[in-house]
Structures are given as C-alpha cells and as structure tokens.
Design a binder for this molecule. Structure first.
Ligand code: AMP
Length: 585
C-alpha cells in the first residue's frame, strides 16, 4: 500500500475537527488497507510504531533531522535550521526544502506503508556508538524516496508531532463501522481492553471478524487496561451506591503496577498507563519472582515506599526513580518498596477477570500467603456493610499512612472491568471534604529543628504568602511533608538564616530558625481553613483569625524562577478560601 494513501487521510483528518467526519475518513482508509498491514496503518495514524507497552520510542534529535533533510535535498543545513526556526514545524520545513529540490532523482521509488514503518522501526531501535550515522542514513533514504508532502508527515512522525487528534475511541468506532456494525462496538472495545493493542484488534477483526475478536484473551507480557474508580464525598454515599456490604481496602498512596509473572521466573511491570516500568523496579521484580514462584500470574498492586520501621512513606520518595540519571541501586537501598497486591486477573492458564471479586480475592490471598516474603503483601481489606466499622477502617488507613479507602462491589457482577471507570470501585479520600483545587507558591520564612530521623536537619519549614499592600510575608502553614531524604538533609544549605525574625515577616509562631524570605516553593494542600495562629489575611474573613493550609505538602518543585514578591498573595488565598466555601456549600 502506498504511503501516499495514508497521507491523503492525514490531510483529510487535519481539515476537520468533527469526530464523525474523522471516523468516516478512517473507515474509508481501513477498508482499503490490506488486512495484513492494518496494524501498521493504525499505529502510524496515532504517530506510533507499536502499542505503547512495547516501549519502542520514535524520535530523532535535531542533528539527525537536519542532516537527513540536507542529504535528501542538497540544501545547506544552515538554511534548513533557519527555516525550521521560522516555521516552528519540522514537517513543513522538510516539505518546503524538498519542493525546491530541482530534479527528482532517477532512483526514487514510490514509498509504501511497509517501507515507512520498517524504516522508522530500524530508526527507533538504532542504538550504540554508530547509531547517529545509522539514523541519518535511514531517514535520508526515506526522505529521498518521499514526495515533499510525504516528507512532511514522516518528519512530523519522527519529531513526535503528528498530532492528528485521533483518540483510541475514534479508532474503535471506525473499526466497528468498517468491519462489523455500530452495535458490535462494545465487543470490540472489550477486546481492546484485554490486549491494549488497537493494531492487533484491527488485524483480528479484518481477518476473522467478531469471532476472532471474541477470542482475544489475556496474555502474559501484554498488559490489560486498568479498571478505574469513581469517587464519592462521604461514607454514606459509598453504601448507597453499593446497596449493601462491600469490600473495603486501604487506598495506598503509591504507584499502581500490573505485574506479569511468567512460569520461568521472568517478571514484567506495567504502569497504569501501560508503560513498561520493569527496569525501574528490580526490587519489586525480585520480590514477586520469589513470592509467586512456579506460577504464571497477572497481579495488580500498589507499590509504596516503606521505611525501616515498616511505616509507609510519601510516594514522592520513589517518584524520582523515573529519572534516568538516578542511581537506582542507591535508591533501592535507601527507600525499599512494598508491593501491596489488590487484584488478580490471571492464574496458571485461567482467566480470572470475568469472575466476581470475592473469587479473585480468595485466589489472590492463597497465592500471596503461599509465597510469603517481605516485599509482597496483600492489601488490607475488610468486608462490611456497617458504616461505623467503615469509618473506623478509614481512620485506621489514614493512621497507617494511606490516602483513604477503596470500596469494591462484591456482587455477582463484580468482574474486573478493564479500561472502565464505574461504580464497582469507589474511592474515598481524606482530602475530599474540601479539596484545595490548586497548588500555591509560598515563601520559606522560618524552620523547625528535626527530631529522630531528621535530627540535625530542618524537620519542617514555616511558609508564608506575600501581602503586597504591606510588603510583608504572612505565615500560612508548617510544611514537613513531601521531602525525600536527599532534599531533607540538604535543606539547610538552600536558605540564609537570619538571627531574629526578618523585618518583612509577620509571624506569631516561634520558629527555631528564622530565614531570609527569598526561596519560593510549590505547595499542595487539602484545604484552606481559618486559623488562630497564622497571620495570613488576619481579620479579613473573621476577626482574630488568619488563613492556614491544612495538610500542606511540598510538590518537589522549587520555584527558582519566582522572586518572593511573585509568590501567591494573601489576597489570592482569600479568594481560594471563598471559592472553596462555594464548592462545599
Ligand atoms: P486515583 O488515582 O485517585 O484515581 O485512585 C485510584 C488509584 O488508587 C488506583 O489507580 C491505584 O493506583 C490506587 N490504589 C491504591 N490502593 C488501591 C486498592 N486497594 N485498590 C485499587 N486501587 C488502589
């Protein structure tokens, strides 16, 4: 199939924003595509080469792109760079430059979809010492064979900027219309939810119709789409929605992982968005391998950092494992993690996702208990229909360091609904009573000495908002969460201490150290409340009271780009407080 045919559709898609028209264009394209390459057409239309979980990333640096266009066009690189700056779009740049190419080479051959896909695939996989040259060569060859119009889209694809706005759901619509009917859409979507691979669903559908699609099963190494939860604001609502007893579980504040354990001991881990995270969690891999030894299983759980005392730690302490430069070995030693298993979808050849939750839970319990081991535990759960017991369970979960609870239906229909958000799972978090909708940027004005593990370092900071009318900083909270160890122990170095309270700071709280108000930090919180002790907006809402942020947490973002005078103002906090009242009321 000619790549030009695909490009025709790209252009039509770009010319409309109406979903129905987009679907029609895709239907035409899919019907014309030979079934064997339908998967490639689907991936390419989404600017990819494979489904996301395969982790094959397209992308070339500026050097490769510019050099390849230069090779294919004979134009100097400087001119290409200049044009790229001017247009801001690599695709248009390549197209224009190639249009100016005087004569078409004798050796050009029409590009096919297969050739583009395989070229881009080789490009994406090139690694190592000579990869730069290899990439330039591959891209040059593709551009050499491309018409200027084709070059536009090839370049946008490698630049990660194809952006045709085709959502998965639109592709599913188009596939149903092209190869089945509108009514069959749920069957097709269910298949997609099991395999997370639109290309595979497309090929099965085009070859074998609905029968083939119904036959798509769970497979180790192919993640299914995650089941999602609805939220409620009160415990009463949980039981109203459930209509009777349900299974309550701690809602861990960590990272959701879908673990695929193979019979031979291999393990693969996928995020909630189905990225392959195996390499970031060798410790979890090891624990699961030990704990689920000799079985084949797909298990879901939340991965949480746990301190030496067995206490759960803030999630931020593992979030930076994702940075490439991070020393993983050190991270694993300093912040061990525990995988709290909460569901099982597959065990030793048997698909469990269509079985009710109580059946799955039993299987999960015996599997995890049989394995034992440190790094893998069962989620703490309680089956109840009693609201008082539920309240107690909620309080226990908060005390244990969790965010709240998950309530899960235990009826006959409590199957695992991959890819769906529904009332079978309900989350109820501590912060909901009046959630602070936005983060704020606050200035550190004081510090408190750390105790225990934080001894010798700052244990918490006194944070303030800016009052421009009086040009002073007024305190709003004591900030002690959201710091990883590394940040915590280097905290003192970031600030300038001041022997007494700084003249531009208004505080009624006694800090152990006073700081020069110069460092701005981003802070999230649960809610803004009235406070007898903080000085922010004192007397504005109520005589004798100021405003405070409850459960403040450092987001990890140092706002070095902001001067203290650019911090959130007291007036803004008053406005946020009023908004919040409106929401609750
Ligand atoms: P949220 O991210 O607020 O939408 O809440 C849903 C998330 O809670 C899930 O994606 C999981 O990452 C997490 N979670 C924590 N504990 C549990 C649990 N026991 N069952 C299901 N999900 C959980």
């Amino acid at each position: 199939m000619r790549y030009a045919r695909l490009v025709d559709t790209y252009e039509s898609l770009e010319a409309t924003t109406k979903r129905l028209e987009m679907t029609d264009h895709l239907v035409d394209l899919f019907k014309e595509t030979p079934p064997d390459i339908l998967d490639k057409v689907v991936y390419l239309t989404q600017g990819k080469l494979y489904p996301d979980f395969m982790g094959v990333e397209l992308g070339v640096g500026e050097k490769v792109a510019v050099r390849a266009i230069a090779n294919a066009s004979g134009h100097p690189e400087s001119e290409i760079v200049r044009l790229w700056k001017e247009t801001g779009d690599l695709g248009t740049t390549g197209e224009r430059v190639l249009e100016r190419k005087r004569q078409q080479s004798l050796f050009t051959q029409p590009l096919t979809v297969e050739a583009v896909h395989s070229g881009l695939d080789t490009l994406a996989r090139a690694s190592g010492r000579d990869s730069l040259d290899a990439k330039i060569k591959i891209l040059s060859r593709l551009l050499h064979d491309a018409t200027p119009r084709e070059a536009r889209y090839i370049l946008r694809t490698v630049d990660g900027k194809l952006r045709l706005g085709i959502a998965d759901m639109t592709i599913l619509d188009a596939l149903s219309l092209a190869f089945a009917s509108k009514e069959d859409r749920p069957t097709i979507e269910a298949a997609y939810n099991r395999c997370s691979d639109l290309g595979m669903v497309a090929v099965y559908l085009a070859h074998g119709g609905l029968e083939a699609v119904r036959d798509i099963h769970l497979k180790l190494g192919v993640p299914l789409r995650a089941m999602l939860a609805e939220r409620v604001q009160s415990m009463e609502e949980i039981f109203e929605k459930m209509g009777g007893p349900c299974l309550l579980e701690y809602k861990y504040d960590g990272l959701r992982l879908q673990a695929h354990v193979f019979g031979d001991g291999r393990v693969r881990l996928y995020s909630r968005h189905l990225e392959d995270l195996t390499d970031q969690f060798p410790d979890v891999v090891k624990s699961l391998r030990r704990s689920i030894k000799g079985h084949e299983a797909i298990v879901e759980g939340e991965c949480v950092p746990v301190g030496p005392d067995g206490e759960m730690r803030p999630f931020q302490e593992i979030s930076h494992r994702r940075g490439r430069k991070y020393n993983l070995q050190k991270a694993m030693e300093e912040v061990p993690v525990v995988f709290f298993a909460f569901d099982i979808l597959y065990l030793d050849g048997e698909e469990l996702m269509d079985r009710p939750l109580p059946v799955r839970r039993k299987r999960l319990e015996s599997l995890i208990r049989e394995g034992g081991g440190e790094g893998v535990r069962l989620s703490t759960a309680l089956e109840t229909g009693d609201i008082k017991k539920a309240e107690e369970f909620f309080q226990e979960s908060i005390a244990a360091g969790c965010e709240g609870i998950m309530a899960k239906s235990i009826g006959e229909d409590s199957v695992y609904r991959a890819g769906a958000r529904g009332w079978q799972w309900i989350k109820y978090k501590r912060d909901y009573k009046a959630e602070m909708s936005d983060t704020v940027d606050l200035v550190a004005v004081g510090a408190f000495a750390g105790r225990g593990r934080r001894g010798g370092a700052y244990g918490a900071l006194l944070m303030a908002a800016y009052n421009p009318e009086e040009d002073v900083f007024e305190t709003v909270c004591k900030l002690g969460t959201g710091f990883d160890d590394e940040t915590l122990f280097s905290l003192r170095e970031r600030f300038t201490e001041h022997p007494t309270i700084h003249p531009r700071v208004k505080s009624e709280m006694e800090a152990d150290y006073w700081l020069v108000p110069e460092v701005v930090m981003e802070v999230a919180g649960a809610e803004i409340t009235l406070s007898p002790i903080h000085t922010c907006a004192r007397d504005v809402i109520r005589k004798g009271s100021g405003l405070a942020i409850r459960f403040p947490r450092f987001t990890g973002r140092w706002r070095d780009d902001k001067s203290p005078e650019e911090a959130t103002t007291t007036k803004e906090l008053v406005e946020m407080y009023r908004q919040q009242l409106k929401k609750v009321g």
